[in-house]
Write a protein that binds this ligand. Structure first.
Ligand code: HEM
Length: 463
């Protein structure tokens, strides 16, 4: 594929700027949907455009389903991992199926487990927001939100929640979150220039720090489960995985799930389940008070009244669903999919892509493509509603934030349900306001998962 000229050794690394996904949009204007960069010594194919993204992610599901060997992921990327595993094949496919089954059995609405935990966390968050507000006036909502989201995924994985004054938990969660963001905060030069790995600089070391803290946290809890496991009473995802391991012949032919694989699977679900989306939700709410009012009116019109909102209410709260879709689209806070690797020699848009080539898919571009979205840079939840105020599901499906195909996110339903319950609980009881002096900048801090710049909010109890 065509692409810009590159320098020796560093390739195009210096041309990526602070926001590589935006630089890729500029490149697309010149070179089209498929272009070639050199990051250090490594050739990388960059893919823009919904149709081309589908070609990569959906065509035969296998040609591009590998992950490249990268320094950032090397700490998490042994053959036992789901998300970052370099190897792709039958064993990986079975692993994903098992993880999906374990997650589904505890998150589907009939199981009620996720719903109960999310509702409990949402109430705790309302209470904590009020406490912080009366103690400090204005406060930054991100630390407490990190703990709320971590608590939901803890409950799913280990059947246990933590108090917000549990220092060990709080420190572990914040450290994991900060180190992960630091590790993935730019395109890491150590991924593309091997000698960089030996330099004692934070970006190179952060991934390791993140991995060690997360792994210790998870391994300890999985070990506890081995001793208290009861096959007649499965409490959570870890128990479900132990049970699947004990089923020696899964589907008649599958290999046994090893102890290590149980830890790494929980690790994958736990890591991915600790997402940042709520930081953005609160920011957009304080920035758009009129939108906040519309969601509050919808909660009242749909007669939820003072009862706790449930997953099932999603089908009736169209404007609220449109708002969440628009935050996902507008922020595209995970701008690129996790990098892919060609598992075999393949043609893409007429270009030969050799086996093992690394591929970046620019989801941000798809979500800001003017041919798909009118005034793409405007934040406008109404774009997802028809004239009767009903959701345009076809358009929602065009928002590309969870990936597509065989590597698609496992937690899409969990994430949607969790965001919906927390958002509606908060707005049912509280009014969120910005601090007068706060400019509320929507420019993100770049990363695999982008975070807003620090901001403060104030809350008032609704009467
Ligand atoms: C708004 C929240 C979330 C977003 C935007 C999101 C998005 C993504 C994206 C873009 C990927 C990579 C897809 C690719 O490589 O093409 C991914 C992978 C994954 N996500 Fe999520 N995710 C979210 C929440 C969650 C939650 C709550 C869980 C679990 C409870 C989860 C579990 C996973 C797993 C296990 C993978 C790895 C899939 C694989 O490599 O096959 N995610 N997610």
């Amino acid at each position: 594929p065509p692409g810009p000229w590159s320098l020796p050794i560093v390739g195009n690394l210096l041309q990526l700027g602070e926001y590589p996904h935006l630089s890729f949009i500029q490149m697309r204007k010149k070179y089209g949907d498929v272009s070639l960069l050199k990051l250090g010594m490594v050739p990388v194919v960059v893919v823009n455009g919904l149709e081309m993204a589908k070609q990569v992610l959906l065509r035969d599901e296998e040609s591009f389903a590998g992950r490249p060997k990268m320094h950032t992921f090397s700490f998490f990327a042994d053959e036992k991992r789901l998300t970052f595993s370099v190897e792709y094949g039958e064993s990986w496919k079975l692993h994903k199926k098992i993880a999906s089954k374990a997650l589904r059995s505890f998150s589907k609405s009939e199981a009620k487990l996720l719903e109960e935990h999310v509702c409990a966390e949402a109430s705790a968050l309302v209470k904590r927001f009020l406490e912080l507000s009366s103690a400090k006036g204005a406060f930054e909502p991100t630390s407490i939100t990190t703990c709320i989201v971590a608590n939901v995924v803890c409950a799913l994985c280990f059947g246990k929640r933590y108090e917000y004054n549990d220092e060990e938990f709080l420190i572990s969660m914040l450290r994991i979150n900060t180190d992960f963001l630091k590790a993935t905060s730019i395109i890491n030069p150590a991924d593309f220039m091997p000698w960089f790995r030996y330099l004692p600089i934070p970006i190179v070391k952060a991934a390791q720090g993140f991995y060690e803290v997360l792994n210790n946290f998870i391994a300890q809890r999985v070990e506890e489960h081995y001793t208290t496991y009861d096959k007649n009473h499965l409490r959570d995802i870890t128990d479900a995985l132990i049970s699947l391991r004990n089923d020696k012949r899964l589907g008649g032919k599958a290999p046994v799930l090893s102890n290590d694989k149980i830890i790494t699977t929980v690790n994958d679900i736990f890591g991915a389940g600790s997402f940042n989306m709520l930081f953005w939700i609160f920011l957009y709410l304080v920035k758009n008070p009129d939108i906040q009012t519309k969601i509050q009116e919808e909660i009242e019109d749909e007669k939820i009244g003072l009862r706790s909102p449930r997953f099932d209410d999603r089908k009736d709260l169209h404007y609220t669903e449109a708002f969440i879709s628009e935050v996902l689209r507008h922020t595209s806070f995970i701008p690129l999919t996790i990098p892919y690797r060609a598992t075999k020699e393949t043609f893409l848009s007429g270009y030969l892509i050799p086996k093992d080539t690394c591929i970046f898919v620019n989801m941000y571009q798809v979500n800001h493509d003017e041919t798909l979205w009118e005034n793409a840079d405007l934040f406008r939840p109404e774009r997802f509603l028809n004239e009767n105020g009903e959701l345009n599901k076809g358009l929602i499906e065009k928002v590309l934030v969870f990936g597509m195909g065989i590597r698609k996110c496992l937690g899409e339903d969990v994430a949607w349900n969790e965001i919906f319950i927390i958002l509606t609980n908060i707005l049912q009881q509280l009014r969120l306001q910005k601090c007068l002096e706060d400019q509320l900048d929507l420019t993100p801090k770049y990363g695999l998962s982008m975070k807003p710049k620090p901001y403060q909010i104030q809350v008032a109890l609704r009467t």
